[in-house]
Design a protein around this ligand. Structure first.
Ligand SMILES: Nc1ncnc2c1ncn2[C@@H]1O[C@H](COP(=O)(O)OP(=O)(O)O)[C@@H](O)[C@H]1O
Ligand SMILES: [Mg+2]
Length: 394
């Protein structure tokens, strides 16, 4: 046998600890630079044209209304007027009153974004949807259920800043009944967040233990029950999940009226989506049957995310259509290079400014705008169904 020298020295546990310490020192340095006050996230500002677009009116109407003095007039930046996010949302809520939830008639629509796989765009989709829906005037609550806390990060909050008490963990441990006390404001007006940190991994141990030990405990209803007090405070609740069929994902799916499943149009991803469907169906059927109940979703949508332009295999597309006819969203999110740029500054397309390629940015924003508009329709249908059943009762 030919003798080969090892390519690397061996690694014992002490050495492993050294490597781990070095890695966390590097991350600490990166975090310190991100925590610097000047690196904190700031929301965008809006021009008259953008404001007119959001309000669904033309620019003259903006100038005319601004003169009447009821709504914020904007601030001059050089030659042009600009509105802050807070101001812009005031305008939008005035002009889009017909599209907003009537708190007397309906509670928040709860939507969960899920998929068995990581990297398919769950977190990006959740954040972009929250941003678009808030720009349409709605108040959104985001819940980060992924111990990796990417959604928390996109909101400009870093894991060391999140105490376990700020997450859904206490609810899952049975220490609190309502999540309202965990809701925090973010840099973005109209988006509130229940953040995550890596202690959320414990949910996967807490839930089976409580299921074994507590009579009548139904782990899958924990999140739904914990949201009772939030339902009337928000218009839309959006839940981002870890890439697994875990206790937390099942809780999030059970709490939801609508599901959005992002999926890249590649054969392995579509196969994984099918697995997600069959496993979730099997588990949920067992859980709900065990209590003689049923679960009805208002909608389940597949979002085709990151298609390579022109090169999507027709066969894969046909495969998705054959499997999920009627569930596929009419909007697809193109694969764009701005995601790379955006994640380097810890944001989405809605956070970016003039420093990135404007054509690419516009392509991404157009797609997310269309997605948000479509989801808004679905949300309004959920509110309407709520209002109808209230009328039937009274
Ligand atoms: N449409 C897109 N085009 C290009 N990159 C994307 C797109 N959507 C998401 N990404 C990138 O893919 C990576 C995984 O996305 P993410 O939303 O974190 O997925 P998940 O939550 O499913 O793990 C991120 O780096 C994100 O910026
Ligand atoms: Mg994610």
């Amino acid at each position: 046998m030919k003798r080969v020298e090892p390519l690397h020295p061996t690694i014992d546990l002490a050495r492993l600890a050294e490597i781990s310490e070095r890695a966390s020192a590097v991350i600490d340095r990166v975090r310190e630079s991100m925590l610097a006050p000047e690196a904190r996230k700031t929301p965008p500002r809006f021009t008259a044209a953008q404001l007119a677009d959001l309000c669904g009116v033309d620019k003259n109407k903006i100038a005319y209304t601004a003169k009447k003095g009821k709504l914020p007039p904007g601030t001059k930046h050089g030659q042009r007027l600009e509105w802050t996010l807070v101001e812009a949302r005031q305008w939008v809520r005035e002009f889009r009153a017909d599209f907003l939830r009537d708190p007397e008639l309906a509670g928040a629509a709860v939507l969960t974004v899920a998929n068995l796989k990581g990297g398919v765009g769950k977190t990006t989709t959740t954040m972009c949807l929250a941003q678009r829906l808030s720009l349409l005037g709605h108040n959104v609550l985001l819940i980060d259920l992924d111990p990796q806390a990417s959604l928390t990060h996109l909101n400009g909050i870093l894991p060391p800043e999140v105490s376990d008490d700020a997450t859904v963990l206490n609810l899952c441990a049975g220490k609190i009944d309502s999540l309202l006390s965990c809701v925090q404001e973010t840099y973005w007006d109209g988006i509130n967040l229940i953040p995550a940190n890596n202690a959320l991994f414990n949910i996967e141990f807490l839930m089976p233990a409580r299921q074994r030990n507590e009579d009548g405990f139904e782990f899958w209803r924990v999140l739904e029950n914990g949201l009772d007090e939030c339902i009337n405070k928000f218009d839309v609740i959006l839940i981002d999940t870890p890439p697994s069929i875990s206790y937390s994902t099942l809780m999030a799916i059970s709490a939801a009226q609508g599901l959005i499943l992002p999926c890249p149009p590649a054969s392995l991803d579509v196969a994984s989506l099918q697995q997600f469907f069959s496993l979730t169906t099997e588990v949920l059927t067992g859980l709900y049957r065990s209590t003689n109940t049923n679960k009805v979703f208002s909608f389940i949508n597949i979002l085709i995310n990151k298609p390579e332009r022109e090169t999507i295999a027709t066969a894969v597309r046909q495969w998705i259509t054959a499997s999920y006819a009627g569930m596929i969203l009419p909007v697809e999110i193109p694969k764009t290079s701005i995601a790379g740029t955006a994640s380097s500054v810890h944001g989405t397309a809605y956070d970016l400014d003039a420093s990135v390629n404007q054509k690419t940015l516009a392509r991404a924003i157009t797609a997310y705008d269309q997605l948000g508009n479509y989801v808004e329709q679905q949300v309004m249908a959920i509110w309407s169904a709520d209002a109808e059943s209230l009328e039937r009762v009274s």
